[in-house]
Ligand binder design. Structure first.
Ligand code: SF4
Ligand code: SF4
Length: 431
């Protein structure tokens, strides 16, 4: 029997008419939208998607109609449209609730296999980071023994290609404390889910740079995943659970600032309050929390750092993470930090703010569009002649790196903070 038609939105996690009605249909966002640029289809652009959301909200279109579901999935949630909209449409406040509505209507119709996959990936792995580390160990073993070459036989070729070289040890939040003489404050380091197993060296570089910025650093063990992946996948309740955990951990820590080095996480952490109705006591706590969240590049850019002394001999181009440039509106700070490095030549790529196709788990759910956008990005990188691509988000780092390897390009990808940290001597530090 076909599922019943669903007209209109319901419940608290719903796109609000007050948001979609601010769209004046001017179309100024179209040329910023990666999926519109790739398809030239109105429905694959922000204006078309907002019209679809309005049509469902007003009861003219079924929530679970294939066209609507497809467009809500094809959108990268990169928020490039939001950054250029003259009418101030808060597009992120439409797409994420729209996905939550679809999820809640379709959840019961998922196959058993899909439900198990969703439970294992979202409810287990991102909630219990010990399991994430166990999975990382398995992946590391598969990479070491070259068993990962068999992944395509199991239909996991795209996933295996995306996984970076897993290092021997993770950066686990165990309550470490890194003291700094005459510290100006205490920074709480958010270690995240993917970041702490795939890029522990970025956390190590972040600690050293925060110390150079005059801050002591604490890494409380009661923190968790930021919830961005769950929120983007329409799992609003799980996102709220993760938000409550991080807010409470920060309150207990006594830290002055909550520092994050993954742009996607930072964007979610700064918007926690929007997940709770104003009447919920967590709303106010979330507002207080989010006012203390800073991307590491913001922290480092705001202080007088000691002058870096080790030269970088190479050309770097900067790939802007969507959730740093579009959601947090941070574009100048990472460039200013890179320019501090002696010898570094920064060359801008075309379309630096255009999404690379990573977008959380988009490269797994929409592999064809992710591949097209990745190759578009690789071409733009190639035109700069850069040997290094700097970025500030693990998802971008993995997707761009995988695309460069697939296309035979020689450039490699590094976090802005790693490049900056390399420009300083390390004797003072225990790593
Ligand atoms: S720029 Fe803003 S107002 Fe104009 S069509 Fe896009 S979303 Fe609507
Ligand atoms: S969030 Fe990105 S992909 Fe989605 S409509 Fe806006 S610009 Fe296009």
């Amino acid at each position: 029997m076909p599922p019943p038609l669903v007209r209109g939105f319901s419940g608290t996690d719903a796109p609000a008419a007050a948001v979609y009605d601010t769209c004046i249909r001017c179309g100024l966002c179209l040329q910023s939208c990666p999926t519109y640029l790739e398809t030239s289809l109105e429905t694959s652009g922000p204006r078309g998607r907002i019209s679809l959301i309005r049509a469902v909200g007003e009861g003219h279109l079924d929530l679970c109609s294939p066209g609507f579901v497809e467009q809500m999935s094809e959108c990268l949630d990169c928020r490039a449209c939001e950054a250029v909209c003259p009418s101030g449409v808060r597009y992120g406040r439409l797409i994420e609730p729209a996905r939550a509505q679809i999820r809640s209507a379709q959840g019961a119709q998922d196959s058993l296999l899909a439900r198990i996959g969703r439970y294992v990936s979202l409810q287990l792995l991102f909630r219990h980071l010990g399991l994430m580390r166990a999975l990382a160990s398995v992946l590391r073993f598969a990479q070491f023994t070259r068993l990962d070459r068999l992944a395509p036989l199991a239909g996991l070729g795209d996933l295996a290609a995306l996984v970076p070289r897993i290092p021997g040890s993770a950066f686990v939040a165990r309550g470490q404390r890194y003291e700094t003489p005459q510290a100006a404050g205490l920074a709480f380091l958010h270690t995240g889910c993917i970041m702490h197993v795939a890029f522990p060296r970025v956390h190590e570089a972040t600690v050293r740079m925060l110390q150079r910025a005059g801050l002591a650093v604490t890494v409380p063990p009661d923190q968790g995943c930021c919830g961005a992946i769950a929120i983007h996948a329409g799992e609003a309740d799980l996102g709220r659970e993760m938000a409550r955990k991080n807010i409470a951990a920060f309150e207990r820590s006594g830290a002055d600032v909550y520092v994050v080095n993954a742009a996607g996480c930072g964007s979610a952490l700064k918007e926690y309050a929007e997940m709770f109705p104003v009447s919920d006591p967590w709303h106010e706590r979330a507002e207080r929390f989010s006012s203390r969240v800073r991307d590491v590049v913001e922290v480092l850019d705001a202080v007088e750092l000691p002058s870096p002394s080790i030269a970088f001999d190479g050309t770097v181009t900067y790939q802007e993470p969507c959730h740093l440039a579009n959601a947090q509106r941070i574009t100048a700070a990472p460039r200013r930090l890179l320019m501090k490095i002696p010898g570094l030549r920064l060359v801008e790529m075309q379309e630096s703010t255009l999404c690379c196709g990573s977008a959380g788990i988009y490269n797994l759910t929409q592999p064809e569009m992710a591949r097209r956008l990745g190759e578009r990005k690789a071409t733009a990188i190639g035109m700069t002649g850069a040997t290094t691509v700097a970025t500030a988000n693990p998802g971008c780092a993995m997707h761009v790196d995988a695309t460069l390897r697939r296309t035979g390009a020689q450039a490699h990808v590094r976090h802005v903070v790693e490049l900056l940290d390399d420009a300083y001597p390390r004797e003072r530090f225990s790593y």
